[in-house]
Design a protein around this ligand. Structure first.
Ligand code: GDD
Ligand code: MG
Length: 361
């Protein structure tokens, strides 16, 4: 089977991290987002992953060339000359997606995280005989997603409404699809939205089905959701492979720490923390609900919560970083600084406190 991952878009909502790397390569749980997806696809027998791409293709390709040998899967790119939306890239990759087998293919948004229950998706798709299956999940705030109205028993989709202005329902498109090759006959290689054009059309013909996704789900394309998503991911990791989680009297709840990171004496870490490779966490540091990317140094007695610390940054001693502070790559926060929700662009030095959420350029 084949799969296409939609990796276009500028990832503006995840700035300043996406100023340094394309969104799919931003680490989540100490692995690039896209790696979680490719590994799960490989597990159900996908042999080739096609990246529908329109932004920084060189950076992506360098990473993926290395990666395809490591995990043994073919990864190819299909580059757009203009953004083709969420359906156009499929038409552009038509020849790659159709291998003559008549098998359905997967399509994934690159910023969704879940346990990727692809096996169940294949089984359901084969059972209903429709043309396309989308996975759906329940959320509290459906207006920022594509909302799906479906028959609870059969899964047949009655309506698909992208970003509805008024309440339609609370089951939303999870950005994970299995499509028959015939869907490609409905799409041209021009800017097209699968949510606004293709799905409503297939639904109107009664050939679109939806399956409620078991387990957790999150679109991690915005900092708040990224931080919330890490909690869900680590919780699921605890159930599936708890050996990957850190242990010890200095750990609270679910935490992952790369084996090359160094943790000083008297730290208290957790819950819901990921610490990347080569980090140095000096003594007496308190961290909770945070992602600390590769190569970061956190100096003595700093206290960090609900924040993301970008690659190779440093946080000074006694600093307090909280409330969705996002430090870009190579940011240096001086000693005793307070940051309340500061969003700091790469390569900055922060010498005075950030008292309210704001962007520091
Ligand atoms: N190749 C390519 N070209 N990819 C694109 C383009 C493009 O022009 N535009 C967007 N994408 C990719 C994004 O990188 C992302 O992986 C995916 O398509 C969806 O785009 P987002 O910008 O993240 O959309 P969204 O989060 O507002 O809404 C989508 O995802 C929701 C679930 O997270 C929709 O599919 C909603 O229906 C859905 O509920
Ligand atoms: Mg998204």
């Amino acid at each position: 089977m084949k799969a296409e991952i939609l990796v276009g878009g500028f990832g503006t909502r995840l700035r300043p991290l996406t100023l340094s790397v394309p969104k799919p390569l931003v680490e989540f749980g100490n692995k690039p987002m896209i790696q979680h997806q490719i590994e799960a696809l490989k597990e159900v027998g996908v042999t080739e992953v096609i990246l529908g791409i329109n932004y920084q293709p060189e950076v992506m390709l360098n990473f993926l060339n290395e990666f395809q040998d490591k995990i043994g899967i073919k990864i190819t790119c299909c580059q757009e000359t203009e953004p083709l939306g969420t359906a156009g890239p499929l038409a552009l990759a038509r020849d790659k997606l159709l291998d003559g087998s008549g098998e359905p293919f997967f399509v994934l948004n690159s910023d969704v995280i879940s346990e990727y229950p692809f096996k169940k998706l294949i089984q359901f798709h084969r059972s209903h005989g429709g043309e396309a299956t989308i996975m759906v999940t329940k959320v509290n705030e459906p207006s920022k997603y594509g909302v799906v109205v479906m028959d609870e028993e059969t899964g047949k989709v009655e309506r698909f409404v992208e970003k509805p202005q008024t309440f339609v329902g609370n089951k939303i498109n999870a950005g994970i699809y299995l499509l028959n090759p015939s869907v490609l006959d409905r799409i041209e290689p021009k800017p097209t939205s699968i949510e606004k054009e293709t799905f409503p059309q297939i639904a109107a013909e009664g050939k679109l089905f939806a399956m409620v996704l078991p387990g957790f789900w999150m679109d991690i394309g915005q900092p708040k959701d990224y931080i919330a998503g890490l909690k869900l991911y680590l919780n699921s990791l605890r159930k599936k492979s708890s050996l990957k989680l850190a242990k010890g009297s200095h750990i609270i709840g679910n935490v992952i720490i790369d084996e090359t990171a160094v943790i000083g004496a008297g730290c208290l870490i957790g819950p819901d923390v990921a610490i990347g490779p080569g980090c140095v966490i000096e003594s007496g540091v308190r961290i909770s609900k945070c992602t600390v990317m590769q190569g970061v140094r956190i100096k003595k007695h700093a206290c960090i919560s609900s924040s993301i610390i970008g690659w190779h940054s440093t946080v000074g001693q006694w600093a307090r970083i909280e409330n969705m502070t996002i430090l870009g790559e190579d940011v240096h926060v001086c000693d005793e600084i307070y940051s309340n929700g500061g969003v700091v662009l790469p390569h900055k030095e922060i010498k005075s406190s950030i008292l309210k959420p704001e962007i520091v350029m």
